[in-house]
Design a protein around this ligand. Sequence first.
Ligand code: GLU
Length: 278
Amino acid sequence: MRINRAVRIGVGAIALALTAATAAACGGGDSKNALDNAKDGKLTIGIKFDQPGLGLRNKDGTYSGFDVEVAKYVAGKLGVKPDGITFKEAPSAQRETLIENGQVDYIAATYSISDKRKEKVDFAGPYYVAGQSLLVRADNTDITGPDSLKGKKVCSVKGSTPAGNIEKNFPDTQLQTNDTYSLCLEGLKGGSWDAVTTDDIILAGYAAQSAGSFKVVGKPFTTENYGIGLKKGDKELRDKVNDAIEAMIADGSWKKAFDETVGASGYQAPTPPTVNRY
Ligand code: GLU
């Protein structure tokens, strides 16, 4: 009897240890993949919470923006209704980790497809093409493009491609990085830095919201292909998300979503890109 109990306890302890080890290996995320979760009618999707027109958490707790609409459309094609979606904030520097750990099923958050990121995650898309640009105070006259940044204090976000580009290709610029673009904007307003740099479409949203305090200057000087980031190697999911993006473009939902979000402040919808099934 006693021995039996000891054996049972021993087996229980091993089972517990195994569960803990599995959880640790998955970084605490659940072990089901995105398509399993979709079959259960639930998806956790990473978006930005502070980018008006793209990914925004509104004061009433709802979410709006083009990325949110793309995320929802894709979810719909995977069989998940809007009320089955949990949106999770995906700051630029944390996106790969959130996907690798299974804390999100996919990310639609102004996420540029890059070779470096492809070492850790896969991308469906692109569903939009943006370009790096500059935001300055409305009364600024000396910053007109990336070549006028020498000695200037410029803010961007940790882990973003625009921050990497300034660091690498504009070494005379004093780059300051924060965790979010909202922090960059506060400093721009307060005079801590001279410009904020990231993609044109993001900056246009901030300029529109600033009631004339900020303006976007110069022409875009990089190409940022926005993709939907997902678990590396999940080809089935990537194919399905690519199908969904193509359908969204083909049935007019892409244009409608753009016009109702980013387009609401006068930004013209460009021609949608072609999905690249690498
Ligand atoms: N598209 C760029 C990137 O993925 C900048 C926007 C962002 O930080 O989300 O890094």
